[in-house]
Write a protein that binds this ligand. Structure first.
Ligand code: CO
Ligand code: ZN
Length: 333
C-alpha cells in the first residue's frame, strides 16, 4: 500500500492535466474492473458490477493536485504565476516546481534581500518562477504551462509524507477497495475524478454520467493535533474520519449512520469530522441531478495543501476496510 501511494503522489497531475495519473490508475484497475472508461472531461470510471438487487454506488477520489500556472514571461525570462487551486503563500518561497515537459523551476519573490523580504509574506504579484532562462525566447516553458511541487515521497514508518497526498491517498484507497472487494449486490462505480481543486468539476459531470443512488467521496481533511493548531476533533492515527459537515456540504443522515454502523460492526476506530473551511467531491455528487444522498470518508492529513502532506498508514488501512464493507453490504437506508 505504501508503494502504491508513493507511486501515485510522485506523478505529475495538476487540475486539467491528469493524464499521467489516469494512465497509472487505469493500468492498476483494469484487471479488477468489469468495465472501465474515460469520460469527456477526463474522469476515469471503473465499474465493479454487482450480483443484483443492490444500489448504484459512486465512489469519488480526485486525481488532480494544486499547482502554479504561468501567466506571463517577463523580459528577463522570469515567469509570473497564478494559482490552480488553493496554494498557500507561506509555504511557497524557495520550493521547486516541475512542469509537464520535465523543466524544474524555483519559486522566488521580488525584493530579494531588501528590507523585510525574507521575514514578510510576499504578495502574489511579487511571486515568480526562475527556470534559469534569461529571456522569454530562452524560457523552456511559457504562458499556460503548469508546474506542480517537487517533493520526494518520504516513508517515516507509520506515517508517510508527500506532495499531492490530497488526493492520491484517496485514489490509492479507492483502487485498493476495487482490487480487494469480493462479491457485492451493488454496482460500484469507482470514479477517479478531475479538477476537484478548482471546484469539484469532474465529480459533478461524472455524477450525471453514473447516475448514482448513493455517493461517497474519499478525500483528505485537516487535523487539530499539531502545536497550537485550530481546535478540531480530528487527529492523525485515530482512524478514518466520517464527515458530518464541511463548508460546502452536510452529510445525508442516512449515509452518516450507514458509515458509522459499518465502522462499529467491524470495530474500525473512526472519528467524526466537522471541517470549517473546504469541501470535497461529495458536495458535487449530492447536488447533481435531483439530488443524491452522499457522504465522505476523510483521511486525517497534516499540512494539507503544502508540499509535505502527512498521513497515517493505520488511518489509510482503516479507510480501505470501511470502504470495502460499505460497497459490499446491502445499502439499507
Ligand atoms: Co485539496
Ligand atoms: Zn482533496
Amino acid at each position: 500500500m505504501k508503494d502504491l501511494i508513493g507511486k501515485l503522489v510522485d506523478v505529475y497531475g495538476p487540475s486539467g492535466h491528469e493524464g499521467q495519473v489516469r494512465a497509472l490508475i487505469e493500468g492498476l484497475a483494469r484487471d479488477a474492473a468489469d468495465e472501465i472508461r474515460t469520460d469527456a472531461m477526463g474522469n476515469l470510471i471503473a465499474l465493479k458490477r454487482g450480483t443484483g438487487g443492490g444500489k448504484r454506488i459512486m465512489i469519488a477520489a480526485h486525481m488532480d493536485e494544486i499547482a502554479l500556472i504561468v501567466s506571463y514571461v517577463d523580459k528577463k525570462g522570469f515567469l509570473r504565476v497564478g494559482r490552480v487551486g488553493g496554494v498557500f503563500l507561506p509555504t511557497l518561497i524557495g520550493s521547486q516546481v516541475r512542469f509537464a515537459n520535465g523543466v524544474t523551476g524555483v519559486v522566488a519573490r521580488e525584493k530579494w534581500l531588501t528590507g523585510g523580504s525574507t521575514s514578510q509574506l510576499p504578495k502574489w504579484e511579487e511571486v515568480y518562477i526562475d527556470v534559469g532562462a534569461t529571456s522569454p525566447e530562452d524560457a523552456p516553458v511559457g504562458v499556460g504551462d503548469v508546474g506542480v511541487f517537487v517533493q520526494p515521497f518520504a516513508d517515516l514508518g507509520t506515517r508517510i509524507v508527500g506532495k499531492a497526498m490530497d488526493d492520491r491517498v484517496g485514489c490509492a484507497i479507492a483502487l485498493q477497495a476495487l482490487r480487494t472487494m469480493g462479491e457485492s449486490p451493488n454496482d460500484v462505480y469507482f470514479c477517479f475524478t478531475v479538477q476537484e481543486e478548482v471546484g469539484t468539476r469532474g465529480a459533478l459531470v461524472s455524477a450525471f454520467g453514473v447516475e448514482p443512488e448513493v455517493g461517497v467521496a474519499i478525500d483528505v481533511t485537516d487535523t487539530g493535533d499539531t502545536p497550537e493548531s485550530q481546535p478540531m476533533s480530528v487527529s492523525l492515527g485515530e482512524g478514518p474520519a466520517i464527515k458530518v459537515m464541511d463548508s460546502g456540504f452536510l452529510t445525508h443522515p442516512g449515509v452518516k449512520d450507514w458509515m458509522i454502523g459499518s465502522a462499529e460492526r467491524l470495530d474500525i476506530p473512526y472519528q467524526l469530522e466537522v471541517l470549517l473551511a473546504g469541501s470535497t467531491d461529495a458536495r458535487a455528487i449530492q447536488t447533481s441531478r435531483a439530488g443524491v444522498p452522499a457522504g465522505c470518508i476523510s483521511i486525517p492529513t497534516r499540512y494539507v495543501h503544502t508540499q509535505s502532506e502527512m498521513v497515517d498508514m493505520g488511518d489509510v488501512e482503516g479507510s480501505v476496510r470501511l470502504l470495502v464493507d460499505l460497497v459490499t453490504q446491502p445499502v439499507t437506508f
